[in-house]
Design a protein around this ligand. Structure first.
Ligand code: ZN
Length: 149
């Protein structure tokens, strides 16, 4: 089990230091800004969805703590090629794993995002881990911006 925890930690550290898809998408179909005042994390999420509701590209820019950056990076890797509907399902599950007691993570649904599961032991960091997801939700619903408070 501790090996697994170490592995998870490595994934989070790696993505926090070298975020994937850390770039702007010009003329995205959806875009939103997210802000977590508790920690000071800020990010802009860009999403390119095609006419079939498939996420063709997703990227982000911004500055925040290692957890918010790793979470956004893992999100972008995990959601490319998935439908908007699947993304909503993944977010719902991810959010429950982090905020509800006794919800086991479904690794087929979450993939590497399961690495963030340990964050639930630190309630103040949960908002860091979910910021990118709230921002994604806001982008897909064309709300423009979101604050976690
Ligand atoms: Zn943070």
């Amino acid at each position: 089990m501790s090996d697994l925890l170490d592995l998870y930690k490595e994934v989070v550290i790696d993505h926090g230091r070298r975020p994937r898809n850390f770039r702007v998408i010009e003329a995205p179909s959806h875009k939103a800004d997210g802000y977590n005042p508790l920690c000071g994390d800020r990010l802009t999420l860009y999403v390119q969805v095609d006419n079939d509701g498939v996420i063709q590209d997703v990227a982000f820019k911004g500055s925040g703590c290692a957890i918010s950056t790793a979470s956004a990076s893992l999100l972008t890797e995990h959601l490319r090629g998935k439908t908007v509907e699947q993304a909503a399902k993944i977010f719902d599950h991810f959010h429950r794993v982090l905020t509800e007691d006794g919800v086991d993570s479904d690794s087929t649904l979450l993939g590497k995002l399961a690495a963030l599961e340990g964050v639930r032991q630190y309630p103040t960091r949960v908002k860091c881990a979910t910021l990118a997801w709230h921002t994604l939700h806001s982008a897909l619903n064309d709300e423009g911006h979101v604050t976690t408070e």
